[in-house]
Write a protein that binds this ligand. Structure first.
Ligand code: EPU
Length: 302
């Protein structure tokens, strides 16, 4: 979708928004898949409600893109624009056991920043790619750690009220890869409370998690992490592996031969290739194990 109207573009500029025309989302997602649209870079938090009102009045549909590491975007010209927070020099500071971090910050960068201030607990999250905002929305987790456990406050653009609000951690539900945020809410900042731990100890924990991850996950290939959520009490990766599907393909979309719940873009896979592979594997798992696998990756289809 293109913002062609000059008056809208001019108003966006006044609101501190940078308009980047014709961006290919294949360059913005870890899967390397996605069509083309205009991107708005929201440089000022205080004008976000006004920007959202403008988009609603002009009937311009939008989606909000964080780190792009857990999303499968449709091919071709996309019927919505993409909003994005600037990622250069996002704010991070520590006060006692509290860390205040902008949602645009890199998740791993946040973990190491806190570690340098002797604040630990999040070692398991170190290799999880993506932004702090995306991790909050999904309640990202790995190796027994979930970000939600440490959240004390979230500042967000609340779609229901059209305003920027601060929500207390106790008023947010954090479940397995799911939270009570509304889909259109936009994460802006978070306050975390973290246990004190000497830097060296945190570093040792980080090393162990990194090694485990390197040994079991295809880190240097284009993926969106795990494609399916684990069903209660089961492991999607193990089931797909047991069916002998490692290396199974649809076009250039391929089940990783390292971890069967990671689907790889092995060349120039399209969204259609990836969706065919997802449905094929889902059906096979259902047929053999009776398990209904739910997507972990977020699908942005028209
Ligand atoms: N397994 C296989 N074959 C495979 C993959 C896994 O047999 O190809 C077996 C493993 O040997 C193990 C079991 O399945 O016995 C579970 O595997 P693993 O420890 O790799 O964990 P997982 O359940 O597949 C989850 C998260 C990961 C997270 C790891 C580590 C989900 C869907 N996945 O994977 O998160 O990194 O635990 O904590 O919850 C993600 O969210 O995108 C993600 C990758």
């Amino acid at each position: 979708m293109r913002i062609s109207e000059k008056a809208v573009a001019a108003r966006l500029k006044e609101l501190g928004v940078e308009l980047r025309p014709g961006v290919s989302l294949s360059e913005k997602t870890s899967l390397g898949i996605g069509g083309t649209t205009d991107e708005l870079l929201l440089r000022r938090f205080d004008t976000i409600p006004e920007v959202m009102r403008l988009l609603a009045n002009e009937k311009i549909p939008y989606r909000f893109l964080g780190g792009g590491t857990n999303v499968l975007v449709d091919d071709g010209e996309l019927p919505w624009i993409v909003l994005h927070l600037p990622t250069s020099q996002p704010g991070m500071r520590v006060e006692g056991n509290a860390a205040y971090v902008d949602a645009a910050a890199d998740l791993g960068g946040m973990v190491t920043f806190c570690a340098k201030h002797d604040l630990g607990g999040m070692e398991g999250l170190i290799g999880v790619p993506g932004s702090v905002g995306g991790a909050l929305r999904m309640n990202a987790g790995a190796y027994g750690t979930q970000i939600g456990s440490y959240v004390r406050e979230v500042e967000l653009y609340r779609a229901a009220s059209g305003e920027i609000e601060t929500v207390r951690g106790n008023d947010i539900r954090f479940d397995y890869r799911h939270t009570s945020f509304a889909p259109a809410d936009v994460m802006l900042r978070v306050k975390l409370e973290l246990p004190s731990k000497p830097f060296k100890e945190i570093l040792a924990g980080i090393k162990v998690c990194n090694e485990k991850r390197r040994a079991s996950q295809p880190l240097n290939q284009k993926s969106a992490g795990c494609i399916f959520k684990n069903p209660p009490g089961g492991s999607a990766g193990r089931m797909i592996d047991e069916l002998g599907l490692k290396g199974h393909r649809s076009g250039d979309a391929m089940v990783s031969d390292r971890h069967a719940n990671f689907f790889i873009n092995a060349g120039s896979a399209s969204c259609a290739d990836m969706l065919r592979l997802i449905e094929d594997v889902r059906e096979r798992v259902h047929k053999s194990f009776g398990a209904e696998l739910e997507n972990e990756v977020i699908l942005w289809k028209n």
